[in-house]
Design a protein around this ligand. Structure first.
Ligand code: SF4
Ligand code: SF4
Length: 348
């Protein structure tokens, strides 16, 4: 039986493709881990901040990290409406609003790269399904009849939030955000996780377990933030492009896609489910067959994606800091009064 002879040029080319794939994967991993570490750092700082006020000033004093407001998407949405209606940058939780604007800008330009590169929940979800794949040698996909209606859930949740915030007047938003509940909405969120109820723990355990079996279960079916960003990402000029003449129809890209998109069948991926994660590109063995591109033309290497994410993210943060709009200005006395009694304040 004749054996195929592999020329040194082919071997070199294969090694080059492999190196490019590895570096692409590593660039995204580094950004994901970096952003996760940043969020853990912010979480620890915020916990110390809360403990200081809970203990009447006996704990370690740290500045309140404004980045914690990235975890207050509804307050951020409210502030966006307030800014729009009054023309003034809101004084309570403005950082969350600037972060939301940065993530919308990222989605408009770079697909849902916030979800695929930056979101800590997205990163944890990804490592959970990777763990599932290691344990069971595969992940599981829901049947189409269940997948499609379930996917609409996140859009329904998004619609409900937009409807609720859209229906509030500027005065009602200001009254809410400047009231006790609004001022310490971040502390309430921390307390939700610190003093997790049995029901809450059960829901989180179920989501973790489902995420081990089904790729990105939370993101795919339930995350309203991702749904909102997906709507903007639909307009993004950056998208995956497959070159039919170079494609060898191996379907590895479709198999690698965590959003279960038919990358091997389509020419361009414009779906709002695309995370801009490059997993399909990394898995493609045919040189030049699959790339992240700007309007289907110029390839966008992973380092360029990472750089663009950095420019938009740090650009928004720097703008807010330089214009003095980044920090919530609440006097220390107010925190001393409100933080220890956080659990007394219900939703108005
Ligand atoms: S199409 Fe490619 S970039 Fe988009 S989600 Fe799937 S694997 Fe990631
Ligand atoms: S992995 Fe590459 S070669 Fe294989 S089907 Fe996808 S685009 Fe074509």
């Amino acid at each position: 039986m004749a054996t195929a002879v592999v020329s040194p040029t082919q071997t070199k080319k294969k090694a080059w493709i492999r190196r490019r794939q590895d570096s692409t994967a590593w660039v995204r991993r580094a950004v994901q881990w970096g952003f996760l570490a940043l969020n853990i750092w912010i979480g620890v700082e915020f916990w110390l901040f809360v403990r200081y006020y809970e203990t009447g000033g006996a704990g370690i004093w740290v500045d309140r990290p404004a980045g914690i407001e990235g975890w207050l998407p509804i307050a951020s949405l409210m502030n966006l409406k307030l800014w729009w209606a009054t023309g003034k940058v809101p004084g309570v939780h403005p950082a969350g609003m600037f972060l939301l604007l940065a993530f919308v800008a990222i989605s408009l330009l770079l697909r849902k790269a916030f979800c695929g590169w930056l979101c800590p929940i997205g990163t944890i979800s990804e490592y959970l399904w990777r763990l599932g794949r290691k344990l069971f040698r595969r992940n599981f996909a829901l049947p189409k009849w269940a997948d499609l209606p379930l996917r609409s859930l996140k859009y329904i949740l998004m619609g409900l939030f937009l409807y609720a915030v859209g229906g509030m007047s500027a005065a009602a938003i200001a009254f809410f955000l400047e009231g006790p509940y609004g001022l310490i909405a971040d502390v309430k969120m921390l307390n939700f996780f610190r003093y997790l109820s049995f029901g809450g723990a059960l829901v989180i355990a179920a989501l973790v377990l489902l995420s081990v079996f089904v790729q990105n279960f939370w993101c795919r079916y339930l995350c309203p933030y991702g749904a909102l960003l997906g709507m903007f990402s639909w307009m993004s000029p950056v998208r995956i492009r497959r070159v039919e003449s170079k494609c060898i129809d191996c379907a590895k890209c479709a198999h690698a896609c965590p959003s279960q998109l038919a990358v091997d069948k389509l020419i361009q991926i414009q779906s709002p489910e695309c995370l801009g994660c490059y997993e399909c590109v990394v898995s493609c063995p045919a040189e030049g067959a699959l790339d992240m591109t700007v309007v289907g033309r110029r390839p966008v290497p992973a380092w360029a994606m990472a750089a663009a994410l950095g420019v938009i993210f740090f650009g928004a943060v720097s703008y807010a800091r330089l214009t003095g709009s980044w920090y919530t200005n609440v006097p220390s006395d107010t925190y001393f009064q409100l933080v220890p009694r956080a659990n007394e304040f219900g939703h108005p």
